[in-house]
Design a protein around this ligand. Structure first.
Ligand SMILES: NC(=O)c1ccc[n+]([C@@H]2O[C@H](COP(=O)([O-])OP(=O)(O)OC[C@H]3O[C@@H](n4cnc5c(N)ncnc54)[C@H](O)[C@@H]3O)[C@@H](O)[C@H]2O)c1
Ligand SMILES: O=P(O)(O)OC[C@@H](O)[C@@H](O)[C@H](O)[C@H](O)CO
Length: 382
């Protein structure tokens, strides 16, 4: 069995690559980072170190590595004969990897089982997004027979993988928890053989529970932690003020998730508590800079703040804690983060209402809109 995985970064090596390796796949890593790909190509194995209450190390081998910027044709040929193609490159990068997957589907031998295409990004229905881009690159024959050539399944991936120490080489330190949920419907009963993933009929509750608990809480910790000058997420969680902000935000998203998906309130509360512990993991050197990265993406319409806040306000609830976190996100001022710089410029040169519309995509008539405009105004005046 063979899987091609785009993005040999933190989650690529520390989660997707590991799980596929453990499931018996030969993994072909494809990345545009020449130094990283050269190192992987030259090194027969790397270690994944799980840290937390239970610590354990895994060896990943049986992989190859290809530079997808300089060796496009080789990557296309690998995908054309693979069982699975996965991505962990960031939602904004999917459009750059899609053309290679499309070319591979065009070339794919009809006798093979359909290629399983799964984007492993922090975004709702990222595979649908990837599929749209792939379909644009298919020839007429592939388009006419797409169902026999490829299966597109959305997924929810969860494991905190921080940036790695400069001397770590290819080894990756990760938390001890992980979850990979994949929608089963598109496979029509013939799901890929991935023992540590679980296949679910309806992914929406899983991905929303994950994004609006793990990522909403995580980003809230990062943005308030950044304002307090915390070096790590664990340090931020030691601050009673930051902890209270995070707990309040997760209380709001818990209310939404229970109302929307009829989750058992006790189970959801246990999930919240579990995540508060995960953010505070003292063994994980995670930073506000990484977790808060790309604030403009994180303030998007269906993302971790505006997504749940909009739905709560549609239900008549004013999401004060989420609005507070949105204010902290707007104050994320990190010169090395291109979106932080862009955000600062936008706030300096636009009216509060223009900035709100452009950042959040909310209509002026939406019940959340005026609340966000007030938050933007406050940040602009501060
Ligand atoms: N790190 C985590 O804790 C975590 C957990 C769950 C999901 N995710 C998601 O996984 C994705 C990747 O996150 P990460 O933390 O691993 O980031 P990362 O920066 O460590 O890795 C991304 C990799 O993608 C590569 N890349 C960029 N453009 C590419 C292209 N055109 N073709 C091929 N490779 C390309 C980069 O060189 C890099 O190696 C994001 O969507 C993130 O939200 C991350
Ligand atoms: O990857 P992002 O930028 O969408 O979000 C940063 C972190 O919250 C994220 O990477 C988490 O570590 C991960 O989603 C945990 O499963």
């Amino acid at each position: 069995m063979k899987a091609v995985h785009f993005g040999a970064g933190n989650i690529g090596r520390g989660f997707v690559g590991l799980i596929l390796h453990n499931a018996g796949y030969e993994v072909v890593f494809a990345d545009v980072n020449a130094e990283l790909i050269d190192a992987l190509a030259e090194t027969p194995s790397y270690q994944v170190h799980e840290v937390g209450a239970a610590s354990k190390s895994w060896t990943v081998d049986n992989y190859r590595a290809l530079n997808s910027a300089t060796h496009e044709a080789d990557v296309v040929a690998e995908i054309a004969s693979a069982d699975i193609v996965t991505t962990a490159v960031g939602p904004n990068i999917l459009r750059f990897v899609a053309p290679l997957i499309a070319r591979a589907i065009n070339e794919r031998d009809h006798a093979l089982k359909p290629l399983a295409v799964m984007a492993c990004e922090n975004a709702i229905n990222a595979t649908d997004l990837l599929k749209q881009e792939i379909v644009a690159g298919l020839d007429d024959a592939a388009l006419a027979s797409i169902d026999s050539r490829a299966v597109f399944a959305n997924t929810a991936v969860d494991r905190i993988v921080p940036g790695q120490a400069a001397d770590a080489g290819l080894d990756v330190t990760v938390e001890d928890f992980f979850e990979w949920a994949i929608e089963s419907g598109p496979f029509g009963g013939d799901v890929p053989d991935i023992a540590e993933a679980h296949f679910v009929d309806d992914l929406a509750p899983y991905i929303e529970r994950k994004l609006f608990t793990v990522n909403t809480g995580h980003a809230t910790t990062a943005y308030f932690g950044f304002l307090e000058g915390a070096a790590t997420l664990a340090d931020a969680m030691q601050s009673p003020e930051v902890f209270a902000r995070v707990a309040a935000v997760l209380d709001e998203t818990k209310t939404l998730l229970i109302a929307k998906y009829d989750f058992d309130p006790e189970a959801q509360e246990a999930y919240v508590q579990k995540n508060l512990t995960r953010f505070a993991n003292p063994f994980l050197p995670d930073t506000p800079a990484r977790v808060g990265r790309q604030p403009i993406r994180k303030l998007g319409r269906h993302e971790r703040f505006i997504g749940p806040a909009a739905e709560l306000s549609e239900r008549g609830v004013v999401p004060d804690a989420l609005l507070g976190a949105i204010g902290a996100a707007l104050r994320f001022d990190l010169p090395e983060d291109a979106q932080s710089v862009e955000l600062k410029e936008l706030l300096a040169t636009s009216s509060a209402s223009d900035a709100t519309s452009r950042l959040t995509g909310l209509e002026a008539s939406h019940p959340l809109y005026a609340h966000v405009v007030r938050v933007v105004e406050r940040v602009q005046k501060s």
